[in-house]
Design a protein around this ligand. Structure first.
Ligand SMILES: Nc1ncnc2c1ncn2[C@@H]1O[C@H](COP(=O)(O)OP(=O)(O)O)[C@@H](O)[C@H]1O
Ligand SMILES: Cc1ncc(COP(=O)(O)O)c(N)n1
Length: 281
């Protein structure tokens, strides 16, 4: 595949910012984002929104960082280091979502601004454990999605946000239209959870045209961190100056390789593995 360039020795790489939760098991969240960004030639800056107590089997709980501390991390990084793309993952609460939206608008992160924003509207872990207070869905719909350059929900998140049950291509298109109507510039409806299909198809929509990105389904239970990895790869490609369709095409190939190289870990779901890049040149 066409890889993103690593920066030559001594040269400052492009930077991207992830605003998300940590995963003590090292499979998802900020840990997944940082690994993919590093493997895509991007220096990852991080604003921690929550600390999860998590392993391969599930999430036992989480601790939220005060909303103003989350916003201050963003402000502090942008002021000094500067970023070319940003990504949100687990934001946990209405207060944190509102603070993140406010600081992003203030520093020029978001749709139609200098720095594109990828919003992964994380609501729950793959085990079904909550990562977002249910009363924060309104803030996801009304505050975060309208700021997004691209929003990347899985099918469970699509159902929670739009009440549309995606079962086929027609319902995926209806869901994409409903999400676009909330104010994002682009939306990807991810098809990873549509297990009845032999393919895994992601549908990209900008309010005008639909683009499909499809790969054969990989049989693995080791897909922890898959959504974060896709969104981090999109943010990395945007940081390198790619357009949104180019970034999504790259990210779909990237996550497919990461799934092929995933490994067993603990007693539950192992992580997708971006370190494949070190083995294949
Ligand atoms: N079994 C699979 N085979 C191939 N691609 C997959 C598979 N599962 C997920 N993907 C891809 O991984 C990415 C994450 O998808 P998904 O599982 O839907 O989201 P999430 O990890 O947020 O639940 C998407 O690009 C999706 O197409
Ligand atoms: C901190 C954090 N962020 C995101 C996810 C979602 O990832 P997955 O759907 O693979 O559980 C997670 N489990 N933990």
């Amino acid at each position: 595949m066409d890889l993103l360039p690593l920066s030559p020795r001594g040269e400052t790489p492009v930077r991207a910012l992830t605003i998300a939760g940590t995963d003590s098991g090292g499979g998802a969240g900020i840990q997944a984002d940082s690994r993919t960004m590093a493997m895509c030639g991007v220096h990852a800056c991080v604003a921690v929104a929550a600390v999860t107590v998590q392993n391969s089997v599930g999430v036992r709980g989480f601790h939220e960082i005060p909303a103003e501390t989350v916003a201050d991390q963003v402000r502090c990084v942008v002021e000094d280091i500067g970023v070319s793309a940003a990504k949100t993952g687990m934001l946990a609460s209405t207060q944190i979502i509102e603070a993140v939206a406010q600081v992003c608008s203030e520093v020029g992160i978001g749709r139609d601004m200098e720095v594109p924003l990828v919003v992964d509207p994380v609501c729950a872990s793959m085990h079904g454990d909550p990562l977002l207070h249910s009363d924060a869905l309104d803030a996801i719909r009304g505050v975060l999605i309208p700021l997004a350059t691209v929003v990347t929900p899985n099918l469970d998140e699509v159902r929670l946000i739009t009440s549309i049950e995606v079962v086929d291509d027609a319902s995926a298109r209806r869901a994409a239209e409903a999400l676009h109507a909330l104010g994002t510039q682009w939306v990807i409806v991810k098809g990873g959870h549509l297990r009845s299909s032999e393919k895994s198809t992601d549908l990209l929509f900008d309010g005008d045209r639909f683009l499909e990105f499809s790969t054969p389904r990989i049989e693995t239970g080791n897909d922890h961190g898959g959504g974060d990895t896709l969104a981090a790869a999109i943010a990395s490609a945007l940081a390198h100056g790619r357009s949104v369709p180019e970034a999504v095409e790259f990210a779909k190939e990237w996550i497919t390789k990461c799934l092929e190289w995933s490994y067993d870990l603990g007693h539950g779901h192992g992580p997708v593995n971006p370190l494949w890049r070190l083995h294949e040149r």
